[in-house]
Design a protein around this ligand. Sequence first.
Ligand code: HEC
Ligand code: HEC
Ligand code: HEC
Ligand code: HEC
Ligand code: HEC
Length: 407
Amino acid sequence: MLPSMRLRLRAACAATAAVLLGAAAATGADAVQDFIRRHWSQPLTPQGSPPARFSPLEASLDPESCGTCHPAQFADWRESAHAAASGPGVAGQLVEMRESDPSSAHACLVCHAPLAEQGPFVAVGRELRENADYDPSLAGKGVPCAGCHLRGHERFGPPRRDGSLTSGTPRETLPHNGVTRTPAFLSAEFCRSCHQFTPDGFALNGKLLQATYDEWKASRFAREGVQCQDCHMPDRRHRWRGIHDADMVRSGLTITAKAGATRYRPGELALVTLRVSSTRIGHAFPTYVTPRVVLSAELVDTAGQVVAGSRREQVIGREVALDLSRELADTRLMPGKSATLTYRMKIDARGVRARVSVVVEPDAFYVAFFDTLLRQGAGRGEAQIRQALEAARRSPFTLFERELPLS
Ligand code: HEC
Ligand code: HEC
Ligand code: HEC
Ligand code: HEC
Ligand code: HEC
């Protein structure tokens, strides 16, 4: 990876241009879209003072406090990517960036730690000033409950499961004055402001760096009314499983492996195909630039050893240069599409089998990025970047593996 050249690393994940923009403006007078535009008008404004009758527990923005009364959502959330969204990978980059490029550092928080109370600075015009509402104990809490559910200490949430919007009990008698219920929580647009760059955002090869919502919108899932929540929050669970979870990834794919024949004689050319089809993923597989999925095939002899020189690989992913200067390849699968590894190999001995596999590297880009960053010097972010690198190195898993007899 260009070891001798000092790369000018751009903050991974988003360039300044993309970052500075607020929520994508929804068009149309539709009440749901209108609600979402207001709810996600970024940056979020401070919650202000809580109603006088709130107990300290009801007034708290800390997810642990919500968890006292909502233990199921808290247990799911704390293990989710949203809870980790201002973890070492992000925080480690921000330490130095706050000095070198404070406005970009500040802009990352819009998606990674969205509450006004989570950032040390506020933007006043082009200037950054100290944030009087800053609560350091919330800074590392990623996308907390309050980021999605609270505005001005008012609770917002989905309709009841029976579809109703009102509660029988007077709101002022309920904890935190009850909830304002809106179907906006059930729609894909609710997720859009963080999972889709605006049209003028950072693009490579004419394609935005992040376009999950647009990919969904163009898919059959949008036409059939299947929202992000239907796949990522089934039964209203707060797990948001994605590319890091083997079962989740399997749920979206159909994988088949076949040999042209079960018996080849030595000297013959064997044919094996490995096909990965995106059958239940509501966007590109994978949607982001950082994962890599490797399809492979190789011959294994009777002793279980890989036959030298027999391995072939094919990658599914959008590979970009580490400094985000260009796109190297885009082989992602749009919904409904397939990738096929066609493997032809001469059989030299009896008893060989073909081993095919699909391996997912959820953080492939970050392994290289963090590694380079450390070699260039991550400054005061070093310990955190090292931790993020270790986590990224641990994340690959084998999604599928099969051995096919060939002779
Ligand atoms: C003291 C206990 C308590 C605390 C603390 C609390 N809640 Fe609640 N919450 C409740 C109760 C009880 C209800 C049910 C109200 C109703 O029936 O409408 C509720 C309802 C909700 C709902 C609607 C749930 C539904 O059934 O659709 C949401 C969303 C919600 N709370 C979010 C939060 C968040 C976010 C926090 C933390 C910032 C929080 N709550 C803190 C007790 C609490
Ligand atoms: C528009 C919202 C948005 C902005 C702004 C944004 N990110 Fe992200 N970031 C995301 C999303 C969404 C993901 C997860 C991507 C995925 O898997 O599709 C992510 C993933 C990441 C990750 C990998 C996960 C981790 O925790 O290690 C890092 C690191 C990261 N972003 C850093 C940054 C930095 C640094 C900035 C500011 C320069 C930034 N991001 C700005 C939305 C954003
Ligand atoms: C990324 C945004 C987001 C975050 C963070 C988040 N929620 Fe939610 N929450 C939602 C959405 C969206 C729904 C509705 C999901 C659906 O109905 O498909 C929901 C639903 C709920 C409900 C109603 C559940 C039901 O069974 O009716 C409660 C209660 C709730 N959330 C509490 C919490 C608590 C507590 C936390 C933090 C521990 C939290 N949420 C974090 C977006 C979020
Ligand atoms: C306030 C911004 C924000 C909102 C709103 C938001 N997300 Fe996220 N989401 C993020 C960030 C940032 C990450 C990356 C976290 C990390 O790994 O550091 C993420 C990660 C995820 C992941 C896990 C990706 C992986 O690597 O496996 C899924 C799935 C996801 N979000 C789905 C949703 C859905 C569905 C909604 C709407 C209900 C939603 N998000 C709303 C910011 C947001
Ligand atoms: C039909 C089901 C389905 C729908 C709809 C869907 N997803 Fe996914 N999503 C998946 C599956 C399965 C995965 C795991 C495979 C993968 O990573 O693509 C996934 C992965 C992800 C990831 C992990 C990162 C990555 O690079 O793949 C994010 C982030 C995400 N989804 C966000 C969203 C958002 C936001 C929406 C709505 C705009 C959405 N998803 C709609 C099924 C769905």
